[in-house]
Write a new protein. Structure first.
Length: 366
């Protein structure tokens, strides 16, 4: 006699799980069509592309690589999948983990400027962001003479390189920051579960269905979260006040980075001039994003500047010019056909946090 299917199995059999997945994605489209979102063809289509990109990222995370028994370091956020003011200088990697187990990361340090390991819980689709459960800076690592190292991830403290987790930890995030993209080498990393054979769990239709639901939830949740942020930034358009650190941390930001998120809006004949005196810091950067908080296409256009690439003035200060046209400016940031969007300045591990000063001028005045 065949057992009656469970409620979840029945939803698979009758197609409910797929219909719910599609309905949630369709609902996410309401964010793009929202009354406060830009309504021109470029911004609207970028919004739909954004949804397609984070759908791809979500499926990769929750359907393809969501097994903490056999974690895989993967690139979810990259050149063509972006969210939350992704850092153009960063090389991001994620892996599914669980506080129920312990893990080992083996690596070769490479020459990348910054290396950081973070454990987090939750996801944007659960309505509570991705608060941190532990982090370990590359500067704190014990590294062998040949550049190799090992890190243990666990809920109980371990000697040596230890990355804390909590019982409900679900994600490992690795951030590598390159100041000189052409010459710095990325750290080579691999992860394994301790005490297991690293074999993945056999295909489970119910778990896969849960992954579909979580994927759709992340798309809808992330779209709403960052659209709300963008709307909030409009209160200080063309200014760069410091962003609330607690809000940043809850959304997966790094505790020792000071973020200055805002909104920008310029006419074709205007420029946004930003002046700042960089403090002593490990790194700083400025980037231009679209309304959906995706970095603009840094592969081909000058849409960001950092501590290494900037041209400085004699007194050590820096001036950044955001404009549609380059008139020979130092640190020119191209709007790439946009007239509005979001932007971000970061001071990374700085001894102080001066607010960048901004003004809007006519291009003819520069």
């Amino acid at each position: 006699m065949t057992d009656e299917p469970s409620k979840q199995e029945q939803e698979i059999l009758d197609g409910t799980i797929w219909n719910q997945f599609c309905d949630t994605l369709k609902m996410a489209g309401n964010v793009v069509m929202g009354p406060n979102a830009p309504s021109d063809p470029m911004n609207r289509m970028e919004g739909f592309r954004y949804l397609s990109r984070i759908t791809r990222a979500a499926l990769q995370t929750f359907v393809e690589h969501n097994d903490p028994l056999a974690p895989v370091l993967q690139r979810v956020v990259h050149e063509t999948a972006k969210m939350g003011a992704d850092h153009p200088d960063n090389y991001y990697q994620n892996a599914a983990i669980s506080g129920e187990y312990e893990y080992r990361i083996r690596g070769q340090r490479g020459t990348v400027h910054y290396l950081g390991f973070f454990t987090q819980k939750g996801n944007y689709g659960q309505g509570r962001g991705m608060p941190p459960t532990g982090y370990l800076e590359g500067s704190e690592l014990e590294i062998n003479e040949d550049g190799s190292f090992e890190i243990i991830l666990s809920t109980k403290e371990k000697p040596g390189n230890w990355l804390p987790m909590e019982k409900d930890t679900g994600t490992l995030i690795v951030r590598q920051t390159r100041l000189d993209r052409e010459n710095e080498t990325i750290a080579e990393l691999e992860i394994e579960r301790i005490g297991g054979d690293s074999m993945p769990t056999p295909f489970d239709p119910v778990k896969c269905a849960e992954g579909l639901t979580m994927s759709a939830g992340l798309v809808a949740g992330a779209a709403m979260l960052f659209a709300n942020w963008a709307e909030g930034f409009k209160k200080h358009t063309n200014k760069l006040p410091r962003f609330d650190q607690n809000v940043s941390n809850m959304a997966g930001g790094v505790p020792d980075i000071a973020y200055y998120h805002s909104y920008w809006k310029l006419a074709p004949d205007e420029a946004l001039v930003i002046d700042a005196m960089p403090p002593e810091c490990e790194h700083w950067n400025f980037q231009l994003n679209n309304y959906w908080m995706e970095s603009l296409d840094y592969r081909y256009y000058p849409v960001h500047v950092n501590k290494h690439t900037a041209t400085y003035r004699p007194d050590g200060s820096v001036r950044v010019v955001v404009a549609a046209k380059d008139k020979g400016f130092d640190n020119w940031i191209d709007t790439v056909g946009h007239e509005e969007g979001t932007m971000c300045w970061r001071w990374v591990r700085a001894n102080e946090h001066p607010e960048p000063q901004t003004r809007v001028v006519k291009l003819s005045e520069l």
